[in-house]
Write a protein of this length. Structure first.
Length: 179
């Protein structure tokens, strides 16, 4: 028996007649995505999986080993009417800074006139406001004092997602910070 070579003329597709163009070559499909299983949906699924793994591995450590002043935890008990009538939130804040604040924080906190939002804590978005008798706004001469007040507030109160905003006497923002 003789072996025939498939490259010999006459084997394969019949030749085209005169006047006809050769048929177009089939398009090569990308096999890289198919081999790895990535399409648009595969990439989205991979992103979701990586995000879930990162959240599981990175969000569990709540220990604080820093030397920063520890915040005073808010009491779980609801204050009685007598306690609320005795001290305003501004007075409570000033007392806290008087106990644990630095000398510059104590000087800056003397200008606090009103504090709001401390009693509304839900750890989702806590927004406290501190009003002062300073003037000049964010770029004024008391902007640094506003930062000191925000820092002192963060030392006295604790929240997972708290934002304290310090205002001057005209209602312009002096500073803000997380607490």
């Amino acid at each position: 028996m003789s072996q025939q070579n498939p490259q010999q003329p006459g084997w394969g597709a019949p030749p085209q007649g005169p006047g006809w163009d050769a048929p177009p070559a089939p398009k090569k499909k990308s096999s890289f995505g198919k081999i790895l299983g990535f399409g648009c949906l595969g990439i989205v699924a991979l992103f979701v999986i990586v995000t879930v793994i990162a959240a599981a591995l990175g969000g569990g450590d709540s220990s604080d080993s820093s030397n920063k002043d520890k915040a005073v935890a808010a009491e779980a008990k609801k204050p009685t009417k007598e306690t609320v009538a005795e001290k305003s939130q501004a007075a409570q804040f000033k007392d806290c800074v008087a106990k644990s604040g630095t000398a510059t924080e104590k000087t800056a906190v003397k200008h606090v006139t009103k504090v709001t939002g401390v009693d509304k804590s839900n750890d989702i978005m806590d927004a406290a406001e501190v009003f002062t008798d300073y003037s000049g706004g964010l770029l004024g001469e008391h902007g640094s004092d506003g930062k000191l007040i925000a820092s002192a507030f963060a030392s006295c109160y604790e929240s997972k997602n708290g934002l304290v905003t310090v205002y001057d006497k005209d209602g312009e923002i002096l500073s803000n910070g997380n607490y």
